[in-house]
Design a protein around this ligand. Structure first.
Ligand code: PRP
Ligand code: URA
Length: 212
């Protein structure tokens, strides 16, 4: 079913493009990869948070009272293990009050289908703002699985935050029954025969944490 309910936002800011270029570079080692991914996450989350609900509040500056805002309700961050963990610290730094849930999914290397090995989420997510963190959107099997899990918990306000994707992954999200926003750093040419994004950046989980 394609109900046209995926709102895709590709960030074309030069800072995002420059960091993404360095992240892709096969010469980038693990420490630098972690730093670059964190920096990209800050930029992606900043954009993803643009429409978040706020409450009015008043503070007193050294000069006098000032009306401002605060985040109305702490959102839920859901990193998709493993690679999504590389985005979590940066997202938590922006949102220290956020609650954290976890979904662990590993692609079967032969079929590229997702195998779930962990779900740790609040029981009820209706009315909660949820940000799913996963740097890679290839076939979107892992993201669609995560969205299925979130939907079973009642989630109705989901933003996927990704670094790089393939057109096939975006199409798969559009063909899914899920309504969501996708904030992403770039959409590449396609997938290779092993379902890796081309040109992509290789295996994000391995580059962050080492091969398994
Ligand atoms: C990677 C990545 C996504 C998934 C994307 O995880 O972090 O979760 O692949 O591919 P897809 O869109 O085709 O599902 P992987 O399964 O390699 O696990 P890892 O993060 O533990 O390395
Ligand atoms: N997972 C990755 O880490 N990289 C890809 O290109 C595809 C899936």
């Amino acid at each position: 079913m394609d109900d046209g309910s995926v709102q895709v936002q590709v960030l074309s800011h030069p800072m995002v493009r420059a960091r993404l270029t360095s992240l892709r570079d096969a010469e980038t080692d693990t420490p630098a990869f972690r730093t670059l991914l964190a920096q990209l996450t800050t930029m992606l989350m900043y954009e993803a948070l643009a429409g978040i609900d706020v409450d009015e509040t008043t503070v007193r500056t050294p000069i006098g009272p000032c009306t401002g805002v605060r985040i109305a309700q702490p959102p839920l961050l859901v990193p998709v293990l493993r690679a999504g963990l590389g985005m979590l610290d940066a997202a938590m730094t922006l949102l220290p009050e956020a609650q954290i849930g976890f979904v662990g999914v590993a692609r079967d290397e032969a079929t590229a289908r997702p195998n779930e090995y962990l779900v740790s989420l609040p029981r009820e997510l209706a009315g909660r703002t949820v940000f799913v963190l996963d740097p890679m959107l290839a076939t979107a099997g892992s993201m669609c699985h995560t969205l299925d899990v979130l939907a079973r918990h009642g989630a109705d306000d989901v933003t996927a935050v990704c670094v790089v994707g393939a057109p096939q992954g975006v199409a798969a999200l559009q063909a899914s029954p899920h309504r969501l926003r996708l904030v992403i750093g770039g959409i590449d040419d396609g997938l290779n025969e092993d379902s890796y994004i081309v040109p992509g950046l290789g295996d994000a989980g391995d580059r962050l944490f080492g091969p398994r």
